[in-house]
Design a protein around this ligand. Structure first.
Ligand code: F6R
Length: 674
């Protein structure tokens, strides 16, 4: 849930100001992951800080800056403190290692003392930034307290640097030295939970160590003055067998790396990456073995453009991402629809198993769950396989039944959501075929599933998921087409859907023209306390997702409901004040929705009806309700069209109500804790 970042320049002179800006900018890119506090650590000058104190090392002590609030409050406090410490911002470093963190609080309130880097104590002998959760921190803390350590924060993370110091001191008291990676390896041996960590220590100046178990960790490599070599690197200095100037980065997300380099490696669980003297070694930790094995890895090339992580002409990422949907959908389908046939390379080898499965289970959380719900009817229709739905956390709570004859489809934009990943572990243990649908190449979900499809929606930075939602639906519709492609009985239907997919970006472009209308609707709802959305069939998911968008960004209570359930309770809420959006676009459920509208009218309901273009008089014969007319597309794609006015409504409501659109209160984009 937090974001970690590190920058190490080697054999290339960088002023302190530049280093600070790279670190702070890295945090700006990761801010969507958590934004209640942040911090960085850089080197001071040997001469300027703590010179009088007898520090236990000869090198420059690190300076740690920590601040509560958004990154910009860290930025201003950093420059004020730099001034107070008399640190020379123009001082160049030929080699320097800096670390940074942005936090979404889990253990302890947002406060400087709970922000990262967390420290081993006096003299900051070990500093750590952490994304994830240490589950056995209490036991570790008690042990460390018994050994004389005092704790300053309420975090689980603080045990890590203290444990590192404990290990280091113990090794130093014995014979011979201890390397940075040996210290970290011993720390890893003691830790339980999920984490990605970056360590910095004045005992190991200009070195950095990162390791991970569960949480995503990426390494970026930028060799300056020539092409980055793509050869393998391992424990010998192969990555950079020369002293080439270079910049190395660690990050929780590629979007913090893309503006520096396109060469990256995704670090696997239990790997330790050690950067020393400009070379990178990757070691594989093993509980059983004293000595780690060295790992060989080739660099991958990032297919992401810098524009994706910038707002461009838009005021907010959410708005940009809503308006990007014609393009993101095109990219999602690119190369996958050829001559009326759907080709999904990632599923090819498992198609026979999927077709033979006893059932398909869709598993996800929040918006990703809704996307699966939207695709469920067509998946059942085209494949003749029963499809059940599971919210990942509920599946785990119930220890739901899952069999080896099942195909479990895990849907996650980030590929990092803890609940979804735990459900994946559970399904793997029960022998089900596990399929991933994710936006994040190299994510844990992508790596741990047997097969899958990337949605290729592009980087989504706004915390509220928009373009990923519509791309997820498109991908699952394509999956349904591919799985069901052996059935002659549905050939005509499949051809119609493929034709519909081809025209979809154009239709999405058309529906985006409702922007102004949605702003006017938002204006009329700005002071409301509550909003209901009714949908059914293909658009039950639209009602749930529309309501989720409104509640998460506009901070307005909003409920999506199955229209068929209306008369079983929710009807009691209806009066002339409560705004109710009814989704009544054309499909099999249209006539049923017409009667829902009549029943609501009969109770003087304040209705806003979404209908297909030209149907206004059918859904609102007396002209009393507000109508949103949207383009008609094939039934299974209609949820993609219908959600867009709801996304726009949520966006405008938020701006008009004066709330933060891209970083809503209490939320963060990837929920890596249970
Ligand atoms: C809402 C939203 C969340 C996520 C949910 C799952 O806009 O983004 O509901 O959909 O936290 O996240 P992923 O898809 O990354 O697994």
């Amino acid at each position: 849930m937090c974001g970690i970042f590190a920058y190490l320049n080697y054999n290339v002179g960088r002023e302190r100001r530049y280093i600070l800006e790279v670190l702070l900018n890295g945090l700006r890119r990761l801010e969507y992951r958590g934004y209640d506090s942040s911090g960085i650590a850089i080197d001071s000058d040997t001469s300027s800080v703590m010179q009088s104190k007898s520090k236990p090392y000869d090198t420059a002590p690190p300076v740690v800056f920590r601040q509560e609030g958004k990154i910009e409050s860290l930025v201003s406090s950093v420059y004020t403190e730099v001034d107070q410490l008399n640190l020379d911002l123009e001082k160049p470093f030929l080699v320097h290692a800096g670390i940074a963190h942005t936090r979404w609080a889990t253990h302890g309130v947002p406060a400087p003392r709970n922000s990262h880097p967390q420290s081993s104590g006096e003299f900051d002998e070990f500093l750590v930034v952490h994304n994830g959760i240490i589950t056995n921190y209490e036991v570790l803390k008690q042990t460390l307290v018994r050994h004389g350590f005092t704790f300053e924060s309420d975090t689980d993370t603080e045990v890590i640097p203290k444990l590192a110091k404990f290990v280091f001191d113990k090794a130093r008291d014995g014979e011979g030295g201890v390397t940075f990676s040996q210290v970290v390896m011993e720390v890893m041996r003691q830790l339980e939970g999920a984490y990605a960590l970056i360590f910095k220590s004045p005992h190991y100046p200009n070195e950095l160590i990162a390791c991970k178990r569960g949480s995503t960790l990426l390494l970026g490599v930028n060799e300056l003055g020539g092409e980055t070599s793509r050869h393998l690197f391992h424990d010998v200095k192969a990555l950079t067998a020369n002293d080439k100037p270079k910049e190395l980065f660690f990050s929780s997300d590629l979007c913090a790396i893309v503006e520096h380099t396109k060469n990256y490696a995704a670090i696997e669980d239990d790997e330790i990456v050690h950067i020393k003297d400009g070379s990178v070694s990757i070691l594989k930790f093993n509980y059983e073995k004293e000595k780690p094995a060295s790992v060989q890895r080739a660099l991958s090339v990032l297919e992401m453009e810098v524009e994706q992580i910038k707002k461009g002409d838009f005021d907010h990422f959410m708005k940009k991402e809503i308006h990007e949907q014609p393009d993101s959908l095109t990219t999602s389908m690119r190369g996958r629809l050829k001559d009326g046939v759907v080709g999904l390379g990632g599923l090819k080898d498992h198609m026979r198993t999927i077709r033979r499965s006893r059932r398909i289970i869709f598993i996800g959380c929040g918006t990703s769950y809704h996307a699966a719900l939207a695709a469920r009817p067509i998946m059942e229709e085209l494949t003749d396989i029963p499809v059940t739905m599971e919210i990942a956390s509920d599946m785990l709570d119930r220890k739901a039944l899952i069999f080896k004859e099942d195909t479990a489809v895990f849907v996650s934009q980030s590929g990092e959501t803890a609940d979804t990943l735990l459900a994946l572990e559970y399904a793997l243990q029960h022998g089900a075929l596990c399929v991933g649908v994710t936006n994040t190449v190299g994510s844990t979900l992508a790596r741990k599933t047997h097969c899958g499809v990337h949605i290729n929606a592009g980087c989504e930075i706004g915390v509220a998921s928009t373009k990923a939602y519509t791309c997820q639906i498109v991908v699952m519709v394509m999956m349904a087409l591919a799985i069901g492609s052996d059935k002659m009985s549905t050939l005509a239907q499949r051809e119609a859907i493929i034709a519909g997919l081809t025209k979809l970006p154009e239709k999405v472009h058309d529906v985006l023209k409702l922007d102004g209308e949605m702003k006017a609707l938002a204006q009329s709802l700005i002071d409301e306390q509550s909003l209901l959305m009714f949908g059914r069939g293909n658009n039950y998911a639209t009602a749930l997702e529309g309501a989720l968008k409104v509640k998460e960004v506009a901070l307005m209570h909003s409920e999506g409901m199955l229209a068929g359930e209306m008369k079983h309770g929710p009807l009691a809420l209806v009066d002339e004040y409560l705004p109710i959006i009814v989704i009544a676009t054309r499909d099999d459920s249209f006539s049923k929705q017409q009667s829902v509208i009549q029943q609501l009218h009969a109770r003087k309901g304040r209705l806003i009806v979404m209908c297909s273009e030209g149907d206004a008089s059918l859904v609102c014969p007396d002209g009393r309700s507000r109508v949103i007319e949207v383009p008609r597309v094939v039934d299974c794609l209609q949820p993609i069209i219908n959600i867009i006015p709801m996304q726009l409504l949520a966006y405008h409501l938020t701006v008009l109500r004066g709330y933060n659109v891209d970083q809503p209160r209490n939320l963060a984009k990837s929920v890596t804790t249970q």
